[in-house]
Design a protein around this ligand. Structure first.
Ligand SMILES: [Zn+2]
Length: 446
């Protein structure tokens, strides 16, 4: 039914690829506030190409580009994407400059190709191709494209509070996704939540000669002792009430998890490791990754860590901690429980500074949007899609969707070796072209 659209896409591969190259050439690093305005203008340009009414809405941070194509139809589908990317360092590990897109072995290498400029463009190109053949779209479409996803979407809630009308939709296609190691398209229906905090222990108000350590508190020790109460060596998080809001897996969720092809051996070899945490393997490993929370020390800082020795008693010690949350775990509540936990263990002196909070998100397996996307993928791809109950990662899906009862489904044009957030980020050009066709099909079917 979409043969003509597919043919148009085939015939204009080169053009669509050039669009992607243009947007990947433009740095847009939210963490460093680099290239934001230039990228916004490019995104506006491409939305105008497909006749969207575009508004660039300011927030306290980077603006959100909002686009609407009102076809006067009954149903509306929203695409959520982001135009910002991760910083490119460590730069020395890139085989070609991160913002000079380069094609090698059928892949396009550049920061942002996979996360998520490729997927963003695949959707715009799909709308473009559809319009060339049919003039009119079968549904109304919206784009919400933010510029701070890679720093935790700190201002997205301003948009949801200010513009409830712009939010309203029958379903949301989430930013990104990839093909798994066995070449199946992953369709994700949720993501984990997060509480990110900094813990700070303070000692004397200046660094001291470490001879004084005999009589003066060392904040590094205070911090280490406090950290050691959060989790035991069996990976159990020891904060009272931490696990209370986690639900059991349903039989359907178990089945989906069983069917995930997780290349354990390959990954372990790649990472130079002998085994996973607690020797996890098979179903238990996948369950832990997707359905269970985690508590991770992301960074530790105190005293002198440079070359040679310096006998110093540090005045401050800091740790960054990330809790990945699942089900109904609420970041605000976990923050309160963490504070209580530290107090109870005698660490009232340790300050907890919340840096990020995000509720976990889950869309109902039986939702019509889920069924449509899955059946479209079954029709389109040779291999059966892999439905993932949740990503192991975190995104603002709840803020934009589930909080308002909007179903959300994610898929995209990356692959298992896309190297998101890492050097040599890439996508297969074939996946990009295929992704354009598939996005056109989803729009058509929805
Ligand atoms: Zn990312």
């Amino acid at each position: 039914m979409l043969e003509k659209v597919y043919q148009y896409i085939e015939d204009h591969k080169e053009m669509y690829l050039n669009w992607l190259v243009e947007i990947c050439r433009q740095p847009s690093v939210a963490a460093q506030n680099r290239g934001i305005n230039e990228t916004v203008q490019l995104v506006e340009k491409y939305l105008h190409k497909v006749s969207f009414a575009v508004e660039t809405l300011p927030t306290s941070g980077n603006p959100i580009v909002y686009g609407e194509l009102d076809s006067g139809k009954e149903k509306t589908l929203t695409f959520y994407n982001h135009y910002d990317v991760q910083p490119e360092d460590p730069i020395d590990f890139w085989e070609s400059p991160p913002f000079s897109p380069e094609i090698r072995d059928g892949k396009l290498f550049a920061r942002g190709t996979a996360d998520n400029k490729g997927t963003l463009l695949s959707r715009i190109c799909a709308i473009h191709a559809y319009q060339q053949i049919y003039k009119e779209l079968p549904i109304n479409l919206k784009f919400i494209i933010e510029g701070e996803e890679e720093i935790g979407s700190p201002h997205l809630h301003e948009f949801t509070e200010k513009y409830p009308d712009k939010l309203s939709t029958d379903g949301c296609i989430w930013e990104n996704g990839f093909k798994s190691t066995d070449g199946r398209l992953q369709i994700t229906l949720g993501c984990k939540g997060m509480l990110y905090v900094e813990l700070q222990a303070k000692g004397a108000n200046v660094d001291l000669h470490s001879a004084k350590a005999a009589i003066i508190t060392n904040p590094a020790w205070r911090l280490v002792w406090a950290l050691s109460t959060l989790k035991n060596e069996q990976e159990e998080i020891l904060i009272d009430g931490f696990y209370d809001r986690i639900q059991e897996l349903t039989p359907a969720e178990k089945e989906l998890t069983e069917s995930i092809d997780y290349k354990e051996e390959e990954e372990l070899e790649q990472l130079g490791l002998k085994h996973y945490l607690n020797n996890l393997t098979g179903f238990k490993l996948k369950e832990k990754l997707i359905f269970q929370p985690a508590c991770t020390i992301c960074g530790l800082e105190s005293g002198y860590t440079d070359e040679g020795s310096k006998t110093v008693l540090p005045s401050v010690a800091k740790a960054k901690i990330d809790f990945r949350l699942v089900s109904e775990q609420d970041p605000e509540e976990i923050l309160t429980l963490l504070r209580k936990h530290l107090d109870k263990h005698g660490f009232s002196d340790i300050e907890v500074i919340p840096l990020k909070g995000q509720h976990a998100a889950v869309t109902d397996l039986e939702d019509p949007l889920v069924r449509k996307v899955v059946s479209s993928a079954e029709k389109f791809f040779d291999k059966k899609p892999q439905v993932m109950r949740s990503q192991a990662g975190t995104g603002p899906m709840y803020t934009l969707c589930q909080k308002f009862g909007i179903p959300a489904v994610g898929f995209g044009v990356g692959h298992a070796g896309s190297q998101n957030h890492a050097p040599n980020e890439n996508i297969y050009m074939d996946d990009f072209i295929e992704g354009i066709k598939f996005a056109a099909l989803v729009i058509h079917e929805f």
